[in-house]
Design a protein around this ligand. Structure first.
Ligand SMILES: Nc1ncnc2c1ncn2[C@@H]1O[C@H](COP(=O)(O)OP(=O)(O)OP(=O)(O)O)[C@@H](O)[C@H]1O
Ligand SMILES: [Mg+2]
Length: 345
């Protein structure tokens, strides 16, 4: 027992939630040691000598949309999976080193979370990136499973639990029982698509171009999924599409709700479709236990309200929707038997 906890403290094992928007690293015995945007700033080298990494995480996100030609701010994870292999590897190496105080000698066991819709080619890419970033052994775990564990659900019981994870790039809906995913559905729609929807709406309605970061800020500040609170307004700045000159307009929460109708509809529809395919005994459990919401996108105002209205089921929010996946994967580091049960082949 004593030795166990001693090894726990000194072990190097890590759990990583490699998200489209944010990457979180959990170190065994320490908790979450790093939580940063999944963004890398890359400088093109002259004469095709490959790229150089200029910044990773917060620093790189600040640069999004503001870089000169020679620097690119890259988001290497698209729709929940690796879009840029090399940059992902560099990012993982940075995060793993950061978690170990920059020591290059440590080769940890790593639990890494992936969307359930991942293909075998994509799985191999994640595994290889993690190995070349310095891991000794890699376990892939489906995000909804990790999220359910992180949100405190008993995944080993013979009871149905439904988890809905609205991330940046994907929304995963899954029903879990007896340490396995019974049914799941994923769509490549999440918070990023909401931002895009806001950009397109502002373009159509105000003839104005705004950046991704502004769109996200609008969504988080006054966005809502249903008209249940008083109308809020916000001043937004962008570039006029006709005159080309920067300008300011005032937008309202009702307008943002209208802009978000499509992505939100897709999310609700996915929940409905998953419920339809859930075996009746488990569906009965969900009536009692409700649906657990996680992921940063679930923080959109009134999304819980709308889901409750549409499904007539109790909707619960995890305490910290951003960290549920990382915490769940972290708990698996301490529970090897369960890890072996839930890890993907
Ligand atoms: N208050 C808020 N209201 C609405 N959306 C929010 C809020 N806070 C964060 N978000 C959105 O949450 C998303 C990020 O969530 P999260 O960190 O769970 O995604 P991720 O795990 O990186 O993505 P994925 O799981 O799809 O790979 C972003 O799109 C962000 O804009
Ligand atoms: Mg996620």
């Amino acid at each position: 027992m004593f030795l166990d906890s001693l090894f726990g403290v000194f072990s190097n094992d890590l759990a990583i939630d490699l998200g489209t928007a944010n990457t979180l690293v959990y170190a065994r015995g320490k908790g979450i040691v790093c939580s940063e945007p999944s963004v890398v700033a890359v400088v093109a080298q002259p004469s095709g000598r490959g790229d150089r990494i200029q910044a990773v995480g917060h620093e790189a996100k600040e640069m999004l949309g503001r870089t000169p030609d020679s620097i690119r701010a890259v988001r290497p994870i698209k729709d929940g999976v690796i879009a840029d292999f090399e940059v992902t590897e560099a990012m993982l190496r940075y995060f793993i080193r950061k978690a170990h105080n920059r020591s290059k000698l440590v080769r940890p066991r790593v639990v890494i979370c992936v969307p359930p819709c991942i293909t075998s080619v994509e799985k191999r890419a994640v595994r290889e990136s993690t190995l070349s970033a310095g891991a000794r052994e890699v376990f892939l775990v489906e995000e909804p499973m990790a999220a359910a564990i992180g949100a405190g659900l008993d995944v080993t019981a013979a009871t149905g639990n439904m988890i809905v994870d609205v991330g940046g790039g994907t929304t995963d809906v899954a029903v879990i029982s007896l340490s396995g995913i019974v049914t799941s559905r994923s769509i490549r729609i999440g918070g990023d698509h909401m931002d895009e929807a806001v950009i397109n709406y502002v373009k159509r309605k105000y003839n104005m171009l705004i950046g991704e970061r502004t769109a996200e800020l609008i969504k988080m500040t006054i966005g809502t999924a249903s008209p249940h609170t008083k109308t809020n307004t916000m001043e937004i700045k962008g570039r006029d599409l006709v005159s080309g000159i920067p300008k300011v307009v005032v937008t309202t929460s009702d307008e943002v709700r209208e802009a978000l109708i499509e992505p939100i509809h897709s999310i609700i529809e996915t929940v409905h479709l998953t419920l339809e395919r859930t075996p009746p005994e488990l569906a009965a459990d969900i009536v009692d236990r409700g649906i657990m919401l996680v992921g940063g996108g679930s923080l959109l105002r009134n999304l819980d309200h709308l889901l409750r209205q549409e499904t007539k089921l109790p909707i619960l929010r995890s305490e910290d929707p951003f960290t549920a996946v990382a915490h769940g994967a972290g708990k698996l580091l301490e529970n090897t038997p369960l890890l072996r049960q839930v890890a993907m082949a």
